[in-house]
Write a protein of this length. Structure first.
Length: 496
C-alpha cells in the first residue's frame, strides 16, 4: 500500500509537470484536479469501515493531488523577461552584472552566464544572459563584468535529419532568456562568487592543470572528463566519435564514476572512524556537484550516491528504483523545467532506470559469460542502459550505434584504472615538475587505449545508422511496449 502511494505521488507530480510543460494549462486545471483528489479522499473517510476499493481510492486521491501540485509548480515557474531588456532586443547594449557559473570554453568561443543588474549606465534590470565572448576571455566565476554586444532572444535551430532543437526552453531551464553575440567583456570590480563554489571550481582547474602538465592531448582531456566531468576538454571531433559509438557517458560525471571515487575515498580512510569516512565521502560528492556546475546528470548521480552513503551509515536498505524516483521528483520540484527541457537529465534518468530494471534480467540470460574482469557485469549493464535510452536517442538525434556493445565492453573495463591513474598523473603534474610525464605514462597508456577503442569503432563502415525524424508519440509507444515486455519477462523469469 505505502509503495503504491509513493509511486502515485511521484508519477502524479511528474505527470502534472509534463502536462503543464507541453500544454497551455494553468491554475484552473490544477484546482479542478485537486478537487477530484479531495473528493476521493472524502470517499475514503466516508467508507472507512469498508475495505473494498479503499486502496484504489487512496491511489486516486494521492495521484490527483500530486498531479495538481505538478501543474501548479510548473505554472509558477514560468519565465518572464525584463521589460527594459526586451525593449532593447536587436540593439547593441552595455550590460553590467556578475558571472554566476564557470566559463564554458568551446572550440571557438567562451560562453558566460551573467546575472545582469544594470542596462547602460544606470537602468536597473534583473535577468540572466548568455554572452558569447572570444576564446580565452580572461574571466572567472563570480567576477563583476561589463558586456557590450547585440542583445537577442535565443532561437530554435535545426540539428540532424530534420530535427529541431528548442534552444530557448533549453536555456530557460537555467533562467537564461537573452543572449549577447560577439560580446566584448571586461572585468569591472571585485569577485562576488560563492566561496564554496569558487573553491570547487578552483580545485577542478588546479586538477586539470596537473593533468595537462603530465599528459598530452587528447589523453589529458579524456582524463579530465572521466574524473571531474570536464567534457568540453576532449574537443568536438573526438566527442563526436565517442557519441557515435555510445561512449559519451564516459566523459560526464555518471553514477559509475562517482561510485568509483567514493569507494576509493572510503578505502583510503579505512583506518578512520566510520563517521569520518562517510563524512569525507559526502563532502567529495558535494564537491563533484559544484565542479560539474550543477549539471542535471551529475546532480542526479551525486544525490543517489549521498543516499547510498546514508544507507550504509544507518544499515538500511533502499531499493534503487525508489531512490531514483524520489531523486528525480525532488530535482523536478526544485526546477520543473528540467523534466522536459534538459536532455542530460532525461538521458541520465533513463540510463539509470535501464541499469536498475533491465540489467538484472540480462545478467540472468548472460550467466554463460565469464564474470572475470567484470565482463558479464559490463555486458549486462550496457545492454540494459542502451535498450532503455535507445527510443529517446533515436527521437533526439536519430543516431543508432551498431557498435555500442563491443565498444562499451572493451572500454569500460579500464575506467576504474584510468580514473585512479589519472589522479596519480594530476598529482605528479602538480608536484614533480618536468618528471610528471614519467609518472603520468601509465595513465597515458590506458587513456590512449580508450581513445583508440572509440576512434577504431567510429571509423568502421556502418558504425552508426541515421534514423529520420519521427513523431514523439512513436517514442512513447516504444516505451509502452518496452515496459510491457519488461513486466512480462520479469514475471516469466520469476516463475522459473
Amino acid at each position: 500500500m505505502s509503495v503504491r502511494v509513493l509511486w502515485a505521488a511521484i508519477g502524479g507530480f511528474l505527470s502534472g509537470v509534463f502536462i503543464a510543460s507541453c500544454f497551455a494549462v494553468g491554475y484552473a486545471l490544477a484546482a479542478f484536479v485537486f478537487l477530484l483528489g479531495i473528493i476521493s479522499a472524502l470517499f475514503i473517510f466516508a467508507q472507512r469501515e469498508q475495505r473494498e476499493h479503499r486502496s484504489e481510492l487512496v491511489f486516486v486521491a494521492v495521484a490527483c493531488i500530486a498531479l495538481s501540485c505538478g501543474i501548479a509548480r510548473m505554472h509558477a515557474a514560468t519565465r518572464t523577461g525584463d521589460p527594459q531588456l526586451t525593449a532593447a532586443v536587436g540593439k547593441t547594449v552595455l550590460l553590467s552584472g556578475v558571472v554566476n557559473a564557470e566559463p564554458d570554453q568551446r572550440d571557438s568561443s567562451t560562453l558566460l552566464t551573467i546575472d545582469v543588474r544594470t542596462l547602460g549606465t544606470s537602468t536597473a534590470v534583473h535577468a540572466r544572459v548568455l554572452a558569447m565572448a572570444p576564446l580565452h576571455t580572461d574571466v572567472r566565476y563570480g567576477d563583476r563584468v561589463q558586456v557590450k554586444g547585440q542583445l537577442a532572444l535565443p532561437e530554435a535551430f535545426d540539428t540532424t535529419l530534420g530535427r529541431s532543437f528548442d534552444y530557448p526552453k533549453y536555456l530557460a531551464k537555467d533562467g537564461i532568456l537573452y543572449t549577447v553575440s560577439f560580446a566584448q567583456v571586461r572585468t569591472a570590480g571585485e569577485n562576488r562568487g560563492n566561496v564554496v563554489t569558487a573553491f570547487a571550481i578552483d580545485t577542478k582547474q588546479l586538477f586539470l592543470s596537473g593533468l595537462r602538465a603530465s599528459l598530452a592531448e587528447p589523453e589529458a582531456g579524456l582524463a579530465g572528463g572521466i574524473t571531474v566531468g570536464d567534457k568540453r576538454s576532449i574537443g568536438s571531433a573526438l566527442s563526436a566519435d565517442f557519441q557515435k559509438v555510445s561512449l559519451i557517458h564516459m566523459v560526464v560525471l555518471s553514477g559509475y564514476n562517482i561510485t568509483v571515487v567514493v569507494n576509493a575515498v572510503m578505502a583510503l580512510l579505512n583506518f578512520a572512524a566510520q563517521s569520518v569516512r562517510f563524512g569525507a565521502a559526502g563532502i567529495v560528492v558535494i564537491l563533484f556537484i559544484l565542479m560539474a556546475g550543477g549539471a542535471a546528470s551529475a546532480v542526479r548521480a551525486s544525490l543517489m550516491a549521498l543516499i547510498a552513503i546514508y544507507a550504509r551509515i544507518t544499515h538500511r536498505l533502499f531499493l534503487a528504483e525508489r531512490v531514483l524516483g524520489v531523486v528525480c521528483a525532488g530535482m523536478v520540484l526544485w526546477n520543473p523545467w528540467t523534466l522536459c527541457f534538459d536532455p542530460s537529465f532525461q538521458l541520465s534518468a533513463l540510463a539509470t532506470l535501464g541499469l536498475v530494471l533491465l540489467t538484472p534480467l540480462f545478467a540472468v540470460w548472460l550467466a554463460w559469460v565469464p564474470a572475470r574482469f567484470g565482463v558479464r557485469e559490463i555486458l549486462s549493464s550496457t545492454l540494459g542502459t542502451q535498450m532503455m535510452v535507445l527510443p529517446f536517442l533515436l527521437y533526439q538525434n536519430g543516431t543508432l550505434s551498431i557498435v555500442a556493445l563491443p565498444a562499451n565492453v572493451l572500454a569500460l573495463v579500464t575506467v576504474p584504472a584510468a580514473m585512479a591513474l589519472s589522479v596519480v598523473a594530476a598529482l605528479s603534474g602538480l608536484l614533480t615538475g618536468p618528471l610528471a610525464p614519467i609518472f603520468g605514462f601509465p595513465a597515458y597508456a590506458v587513456l590512449w587505449y580508450e581513445i583508440h577503442v572509440a576512434t577504431f569503432f567510429a571509423a568502421l563502415p556502418f558504425a552508426s545508422v541515421g534514423v529520420p525524424a519521427f513523431n514523439v508519440w512513436w517514442m512513447f509507444g516504444a516505451y509502452v511496449f518496452l515496459f510491457a515486455a519488461y513486466s512480462y519477462t520479469k514475471r516469466k523469469v520469476a516463475g522459473q
